[in-house]
Write a protein that binds this ligand. Structure first.
Ligand SMILES: NC(=O)c1ccc[n+]([C@@H]2O[C@H](COP(=O)([O-])OP(=O)(O)OC[C@H]3O[C@@H](n4cnc5c(N)ncnc54)[C@H](O)[C@@H]3O)[C@@H](O)[C@H]2O)c1
Length: 376
């Protein structure tokens, strides 16, 4: 057998931008397609139920070793493998590290991400790509898909809580499916972040009124769609009474809401079986499900599950809504709470779409693994 040369493509952030990573309407369309593939079962993720978010590497709270980093909010490493079928038919993995102190202390983003794509049959690498924008855009496009199915058709006002990297994409993703949007409420504990975000968005959305909020409540009470993606030690605590009838509340990051609110309203997950793995892993952790508190947007549901107040079989997934197995919004008055944990299939479908575009445009650098494998 003749030994085969293997090459793959490296795509920098600049290459990814040329390939269209920031094209939010396209990304929302690809995410919608991804949820339909999830709903039909044309995918594989890791773990015992093929639905795992990935494998997390946590640092300990204390350590006798001087170089060992210690635990902190949103501090982790994570590997997220998946296969997705349909027109993508690709395997891949996202690998990232997250440290909240990066932007202030090091001039780096909170998280630094790479995506690798592989041939699903042979394992040959196809690409290694800069994935900060890829990951932010796929993350923000998911509440955009949720808005398509779950928000009121006449939704006019959007409240954005936390004005960092992920919210930049969430706001744009949601606005793709809010054709009647008139007002944007922006709240961040660092008001300058909300102001900078408003300045960045204004030229893209000239008809949209921007309101910088001085408190959290102001960003919620008049909003038909609410998006939470905040990171740091101060939790986002939402009072059920602030939620307007008919609103869609989307949690991409952690938000604290009362048990009654979760129980009184319809809750839709991006893909419940993935959250179910987090729940099982949390139960096996020495700290129990408290170990998921800082990072899992479904942590409060885990508490209700453990207390027997809700049942796994009642959990609804957006993937089932997207393929018509579950009804979308049933009335203009119902409040819907959407929880997005993020799925590795989203990175692979968006990554593969951009890889194809990069090939068409001849972007990136071809790198060689070998001319012939040394050992066969
Ligand atoms: N579900 C997913 O698929 C997914 C994917 C990526 C990131 N995330 C989550 O999104 C969240 C945001 O990530 P990011 O990369 O945008 O972080 P970031 O550090 O870029 O931005 C976070 C912003 O939140 C603000 N903030 C912190 N606490 C706040 C509070 N109590 N109220 C209002 N604003 C507050 C900060 O000032 C900052 O501007 C993280 O929790 C992250 O884990 C989710």
């Amino acid at each position: 057998m003749e030994r085969k040369k293997v090459e793959f493509r490296f795509l920098s952030e600049a290459d990814m931008m040329k390939a269209g990573v920031l094209d939010v309407a396209h990304c929302v369309e690809v995410m919608d397609d991804t949820f339909k593939l999830l709903g039909t079962g044309d995918f594989v993720m890791g773990g015992y139920n093929q639905s795992s978010h990935g494998c997390m590497l946590w640092y300990p709270k204390q350590s006798p070793f001087p170089n060992m980093p210690l635990a902190g909010p949103d501090r982790r490493y994570m590997a997220m493998p998946a296969y997705i079928g349909g027109r993508y038919n690709c395997c891949g993995v996202k690998w990232y590290g997250s440290n909240v102190s990066n932007p202030k202390e090091r001039g780096l983003p909170r998280s630094i991400l790479l995506v690798g794509l592989n041939d699903p049959v042979t394992g040959e690498p196809l690409a290694i790509m800069s994935a900060n924008l890829l990951s932010a855009m796929r993350t923000g496009s998911v509440p955009g898909v949720a808005t398509k199915y779950l928000a009121r058709k006449d939704a006019q006002s959007l409240g954005v809580i936390g004005c960092g990297v992920i919210s930049r994409a969430c706001a744009r993703g949601i606005l793709v499916n809010m054709p009647q949007a008139k007002r944007l409420y922006l709240y961040d504990i660092r008001e300058e972040s909300a102001k900078a975000f408003a300045e960045e968005l204004a030229p893209e959305f000239p008809g949209l009124e921007m309101v910088i909020c001085s408190d959290l409540k102001e960003s919620v009470v008049d909003s038909d769609v609410i998006s939470v993606a905040a990171a740091g030690p101060v939790p986002v605590v939402i009072d059920e009474a602030w939620l307007k009838p008919g609103c869609l509340f989307t949690a991409t990051g952690h938000a604290e809401i009362s048990d009654q609110c979760w129980q009184n309203n319809r809750v839709v997950f991006d893909y419940w079986p993935m959250h179910s793995v987090w729940y099982e892993e949390g139960r096996m952790h020495p700290d129990g499900i408290e170990s998921t508190r800082d990072w899992a947007p479904s942590y409060q549901i885990f508490k209700l599950l453990q207390a027997g107040a809700v049942k796994e079989e009642d959990m609804i997934s957006l993937s089932d809504v997207a393929v018509g197995k579950v009804a979308p919004r049933v009335s203009d008055e119902e409040k819907i709470l959407f929880i997005s944990g993020g799925l590795p299939v989203e990175d692979v479908s968006w990554g593969y779409t951009l890889y194809e575009e990069a090939l068409k445009q001849g972007l990136g650098q071809e790198l060689k693994l070998w001319d012939q494998a040394h050992w066969l």
